[in-house]
Design a protein around this ligand. Structure first.
Ligand code: ANZ
Length: 777
């Protein structure tokens, strides 16, 4: 009989699947729907490394299981195609981003196809295609009509390397840019914003409705940063001017011994005009506003500030005159940008007071409600979340569909002119202004359509706008009349399972939720949350434990692995290597291991017989069905694979393997290793409807016996622990340790002398304290 040869069978089956349309979406069938989505990749020039497919393999297994269970599955793939790498490459080489992007997509697609991921390529989309960004622009217009898009001048994050403005979400905790790593600066610029803050509350509440990793929910809640407190006005002495502060502790009002304004506070110019030290204040403001909020807020940072000399405020409770400072530990973008400082109760205020010799006043706390009312304040809710800045001074993005009349007033480009095409006659090199400003064609187009003196908007949209709605487009990717038809949206949305990296917890995953809620309010969608179940894959590190990167020359290419061991072995290995969400280093020997496993599965054909199941095998088989089924649901792919290995080991011990058990085994293995299972099914002349169905465990055979484990310590029987008889050895030993804790107390176990008699006994031997042979520290 022939040897297992993945090279021969994998190509054969990929061709058959393609020609027979095996993974076509059954859009109009009567079957229930299931939508399995991967976060679509940015098609970079470097191609895929073995880390990319980890999530894709997992979602593919899920999608295949759902199909076998009788669902109509939507499992599409596309390209998040706009973005800076292609543009930066264009600057270096002059190659148009369009060309680089299309080439990268072709490479990615080929690599993905080698892995037998069951995407329906008829549903493919790419965000840089005019047929797609037409609808990105259309959505911008709808948001604009509804007042969810506006333009304002604001102090914004400027990335000096990528030469563009960034959203707050794109600046990391250390004040560097998420993409370029540059230290982010502040600039005062007029920019377009999406009003995501309108949905702050709902974005928090909705998190309770979805099956997402808790850490991601926490990140979103913290990012939105809802805070309940009071706004209270402080009057400036000898003036009718007032400064409004935000505090979560109005009960400490009597203890406010000074005030602090953020360097960005709008009243500062006015106040410092009367100050004795105007020049010092101006210098301080200039320096402070260059720093990032994160830097300014750093706890270990020494407090700095300047008093506005000659100007005082009046504490509305104590009526005392108190000094006013400008200091950068108060942020312009939070609360009202001004605080009352209570050094007796607030750590930061205390530090500042110590440094500047300000009085620290011990006080009795007031009733927060009452005191707020008494001084004419009001209770308010503030948020850390700001509106989403979407203007980018870069080329390779969707043009913002706006034109300006000769007075400079913005107008939306009417719908009939969409797609508002990205011009091609541009200089890519960013000079701090937008490359689209160099296009003669864009200007001529604008003047021709709207009149002399009209000018186009020259910024493009943040690429996160494009990815905020792609999961909707997948329901109906070729529709030219709408971003997706109502019927198709109803058929497929929301996404049932979404798989992707954890790095987008407050970026894409929040923006997409905002889009969904806004579109629901406009009547286009009938659901609140776009992604019902979300899972993040852990990174695959290189064999040296570092991140895979061209720079370290440690990248493992999936094509090489497929070439050497086949896609099935690679798929199995990536699922078997450890818990799905954990970060794990690559080990090529592991692929050798899964290859050998498949080889044994292959060779087992020769032992098949039509004999009935023995009871022991039948129980193991039912248990395996049960475990693989529930493990896939729970994203415990590694333990699902190990259950399959246990079953196949049992087959190996048998003289003859009952064919019916082997066929069930093939069904369970199929989502993990589609090629070999198809080939074996063909050799066994199984019909599709016979084996491409997910098996259901016979519950009556699953009743698990409990095993009573006798636990011995140093040869003396101590206690009994009860465990499920299926519990693996390591777990039984852990349970036994726990149960015998008081006889083990504080002493070291001689691990290699631990004895386990399956289902019966665990025996521990302890190091004797007098003759300790423990290695000295
Ligand atoms: C007086 C006070 C006394 C405060 C006290 C705290 C403790 P969260 O919980 O994050 O909302 N604050 C207000 N606006 C600020 C700004 N723009 N920049 C920096 N700090 C600001 O924190 C609210 C508290 O942070 C507010 O309550 C205010 O200090 C400060 F014992 O007011 B508190």
């Amino acid at each position: 009989m022939s040897k297992y040869d993945p090279r021969a069978i994998e190509k054969k089956w990929q061709k058959i699947w393609e020609e027979s349309g095996a993974y076509k979406t059954k859009a109009d069938s009567s079957k229930p729907k299931y939508y399995v989505l991967d976060m679509f990749p940015y098609p970079s020039g470097a191609g895929l490394h073995v880390g990319h497919p980890k999530g894709y393999i997992a979602s593919d297994i899920y999608a295949r299981k759902r199909r076998m269970e009788g669902y109509a599955v939507l499992h599409p793939m596309g390209w998040d195609a706009f973005g800076l790498p292609a543009e930066n490459y264009a600057i270096k080489t002059g190659t148009p981003p369009q060309k680089t992007t299309d080439e990268s997509i072709a490479t990615f697609k080929k690599q993905i196809s080698n892995l037998a991921l069951s995407y329906d390529w008829e549903y493919e989309l790419a965000t840089h295609a005019p047929g797609y960004y037409k609808w990105t622009q259309w959505l911008f217009l709808k948001f604009f009509e509804r007042g969810l898009v506006y333009k304002k001048k604001a102090l914004v994050n400027w990335d000096p390397v990528d030469q563009t403005v960034l959203a707050n979400e794109q600046v990391l905790a250390d004040g560097t840019a998420e993409r370029s790593g540059a230290k982010v600066e502040k600039r005062d610029l007029e920019q377009w914003f999406f009003k995501i803050t309108d949905y702050a509350d709902e974005l928090i509440e909705g998190l309770d409705k979805v099956d997402w990793p808790e850490s991601t929910k926490i990140n979103q809640r913290n990012w939105i940063g809802k805070s309940e407190g009071a706004e209270i006005e402080f009057t400036i002495a000898n003036s009718d001017k007032k400064i409004k502060i935000f505090t979560t502790r109005p009960d400490t009002l009597f203890g406010a011994t000074y005030m602090v304004l953020a360097p960005e506070h709008p009243l500062l110019a006015d106040l410092s005009a009367h100050a004795e030290n105007k020049a010092d204040i101006e210098k301080y403001i200039q320096d402070a506003t260059k720093k990032s909020d994160i830097e300014r807020n750093a706890e270990e940072k020494e407090k700095t500030g300047v008093e506005i000399k000659g100007v005082k405020a009046i504490n509305p409770a104590s009526k005392e005159e108190i000094p006013i400072y400008v200091a950068d530990y108060v942020l312009g973008g939070y609360g009202t940008g001004a605080i009352m400082a209570v050094p007796a109760h607030d750590e930061r205020d205390f530090e500042f007071a110590k440094k500047f010799n300000l009085s620290v006043k011990e006080i009795e706390l007031e009733d927060p409600k009452k005191i707020t009312e008494q001084v004419g304040g009001k209770m308010v809710t503030t948020y850390r979340l700001h509106d989403w800045l979407i203007s980018r001074q870069r080329y390779w993005g969707a043009p913002i569909p706006v034109v300006y009349d000769p007075e400079g007033k913005p107008h939306a480009v009417p719908e009939e002119h969409l797609p508002w095409l990205l011009p091609t006659d541009v200089e890519y090199l960013p000079k701090g202004t937008s490359p689209l400003g160099t296009s003669k064609e864009l200007l001529a187009r604008t003047e021709k359509l709207f009149g002399k003196g009209w000018k186009p908007e020259i910024d493009t949209m943040d690429t996160f706008v494009c990815s905020s709605w792609y999961y909707l487009r997948f329901a109906d990717p070729h529709n030219q009349e709408a971003f997706a038809s109502k019927a198709n949206l109803e058929r497929w949305l929301p996404v049932d399972l979404y798989v992707g990296g954890a790095e987008h917890t407050v970026l894409h995953l929040m923006y997409a939720r905002f889009f969904t809620k806004a579109l629901r309010d406009m009547g286009y969608l009938a659901f609140d949350e776009p992604f019902l179940k979300l899972r993040h894959q852990g990174l695959i590190l290189a064999e040296d434990g570092r991140k895979m990167s061209k720079r370290w020359n440690n990248v493992i290419n999936p094509d090489d692995m497929v070439e050497r061991f086949g896609a099935d072995a690679l798929r199995l290995y990536e699922m078997f290597m450890g818990p799905f969400e954990q970060q794990i280093a690559w080990n090529t020997n592991g692929v050798v291991g899964t290859y050998r496993f498949l080889e044994r599965v292959w060779d087992m054909r020769e032992k098949l017989a039509e004999n009935p199941l023995m009871e022991k095998l039948d129980i193991l088989l039912q248990q395996t069905i049960d475990k693989v089924s529930s493990d896939i649901e729970a994203f415990k792919f590694n333990t699902a694979v190990s259950a399959l290995m246990i079953l196949s080991n049992h087959f190996s011990e048998l003289e003859q393997v009952p064919k019916s058990a082997y066929v069930t085994f093939l069904k369970l293995l199929h989502p993990f290793a589609p090629h070999i299972t198809h080939e074996l099914a063909e050799q066994l002349t199984l019909k599709r409807e016979e084996w491409e169905v997910w098996p259901v465990a016979d519950a009556s055979k699953l009743t698990t016996a409990t095993a009573k484990i006798n636990i011995y310590v140093d040869g003396i029987f101590r206690v009994i622990a009860e465990v499920d008889s299926r519990t693996p050895k390591e777990e039984v030993i852990a349970v036994a340790k726990n149960a015998a804790q008081r006889w083990l107390a504080g002493r070291e176990i001689v691990e290699h002398k631990t004895v386990y008699v399956p289902g019966k006994v665990v025996s521990f031997v302890l190091y004797s304290p007098s003759t300790s042979i423990l290695p000295q520290p």
